[in-house]
Design a protein around this ligand. Structure first.
Ligand SMILES: [Mn+2]
Length: 446
């Protein structure tokens, strides 16, 4: 009675005081006797000892339980490798849903922890090495207007690559593994990487070419924005001068418009490895072809569309093609090219609504893990890779120039404002004229 009376009286003063006073009534820690604990240690356990350990299926999801930073909002925190979710899927030509890819990949990554992160194929634990690895969360991207979405993604990647330092050096930015999102999210990532490193080699694991010109998607309706979709972003990247002359596709088995698709692809400097090569010619043929094509010491991007795998392992994707690779084949190839200079990467087209038993997203999480392993195992990048004219940008200076889309969006918004102002003026004029007309009519009547 006395206790509740005290609480009642205090509650009239301040709810905060009640919380304090109530907690103060209880001892600060449990004694060993009060706990189910074999330890004979008399020292009371800390809160962290008691509550700090989670099982893999517990806690709020970040990729592999990594620390979460709101990297876009925090320019001062440094890190070396980061996951960045790109939840965008309004540039797909078939089944949508990859906007939910980042969260599905994160959920499927939960059995990766720094304690159980040793990559047995690589003899290396990327989570317990020199690199600070964080989960940057997601880029906030509108699903309502692709011109704005691409401006947001381009600006977002510019922010992350031009205005953030890695932990090890202020001469080079962190590296990102993007979690898609449909495959078009590669384009804004490449734009920002190009500003840092110049032209980038692409290693493109995919069932499809993705170098299709926009006119390969014929339509009466057209806009500049409609040129960018998840099958044309490599064409766009080539035409923007972002990609090098040494690029490779691996795992191809798409149906074509005709062999002229290959001619277009040749003109964009891609070498092609067919899906069947991995079992007809062997995984070593595939690995060697990649290593023969990509110069080891030049900036290289690894892009993995999960549809490179057979639909048996990736029902959760937008454009399935039967007869794809096995996950073990892709993992083997990724492991075998770990010595390349990987400046960025992605795993895209995970569309969980079509997934079965988290199979696609678990493969997606493994692919991200393999890319992270390679980035960290190779060691910090040589700052000499950074373009001379970009060096200043990396030192957290500011680039106020908007990207091409950003300028277009700003232009459209300005025009819209001007038009709205004119409409307002016309409305005012109309009111004035109507008043004068009324006055004139009154005069006529008189
Ligand atoms: Mn693709």
């Amino acid at each position: 009675m006395k206790l509740s009376g005290t609480i009642l009286n205090l509650s009239l003063v301040s709810p905060l005081l009640v919380a304090h006073a109530y907690a103060d009534l209880h001892p600060l820690s449990w004694t060993s006797d009060e706990l189910i604990n074999d330890s004979s240690d008399e020292k009371p356990p800390s809160l962290d000892e008691m509550w700090g350990d989670l099982w893999p299926f517990q806690g709020i999801n970040t990729f592999a339980h990594l620390e979460h930073h709101k990297c876009l909002l925090d320019p001062d925190t440094t890190y070396d490798v980061a996951l960045i979710g790109v939840p965008f899927d309004t540039a797909v030509s078939y089944r949508p849903g990859a906007r939910f890819g980042p969260r599905a990949i994160r959920a499927a990554s939960q059995r990766q922890t720094s304690l159980r992160g040793y990559n047995q194929r690589a003899n290396f634990n990327p989570y317990q090495s020199w690199a600070k690895i964080v989960d940057c969360g997601d880029l906030p991207i509108t699903p309502m207007d692709n011109s704005i979405a691409f401006a947001q993604m381009t600006k977002g990647f510019e922010e992350l690559l031009l205005r953030r330092n890695s932990s090890t050096s202020d001469k080079i930015p962190p590296r990102y593994v993007a979690l898609g999102g449909d495959h078009s999210v590669l384009l804004p990532h490449l734009r920002a990487l190009h500003e840092v490193y110049g032209r980038i080699n692409i290693i493109h694991f995919d069932a499809h070419l993705d170098t299709w010109a926009p006119d390969k998607y014929p339509s009466f309706w057209h806009s500049d924005q409609s040129e960018i979709n998840h099958g044309s972003m490599l064409w766009k990247a080539h035409h923007e001068g972002l990609t090098s002359h040494t690029n490779i596709h691996a795992g191809l088995r798409t149906k074509l418009s005709g062999l002229e698709d290959y001619e277009d692809d040749d003109s964009q400097h891609f070498i092609r490895i067919d899906a069947d090569d991995i079992w007809l010619k062997g995984p070593q043929y595939v690995v060697q072809k990649i290593l023969d094509t990509i110069p080891a010491d030049t900036p290289t991007y690894i892009s993995v569309d999960v549809d490179v795998l057979d639909p048996g392992f990736t029902s959760g994707t937008g454009t399935q093609e039967p007869g794809g690779w096995l996950p073990r084949e892709l993992i083997h190839v990724l492991r075998s090219i770990e010595n390349l200079t990987i400046v960025g990467g992605d795993v895209v087209e995970v569309s969980p609504a079509f997934d079965t038993a988290e199979i696609t997203s678990t493969n997606g999480a493994q692919i991200a893990y393999e890319i992270i392993t390679s980035m960290v195992k190779k060691g910090p990048l040589d700052p000499k890779l950074v373009r001379g004219d970009a060096e200043e940008l990396v030192k957290i200076t500011h680039v106020n120039d908007l990207s091409k889309e950003g300028k277009e969006v700003n232009g459209i918004q300005k025009t819209k404002k001007t038009l709205q102002q004119k409409i307002k003026e016309l409305d005012e004029l109309k009111v004035e004229l109507e008043a004068e007309l009324l006055a004139l009519r009154k005069l006529q009547v008189q």
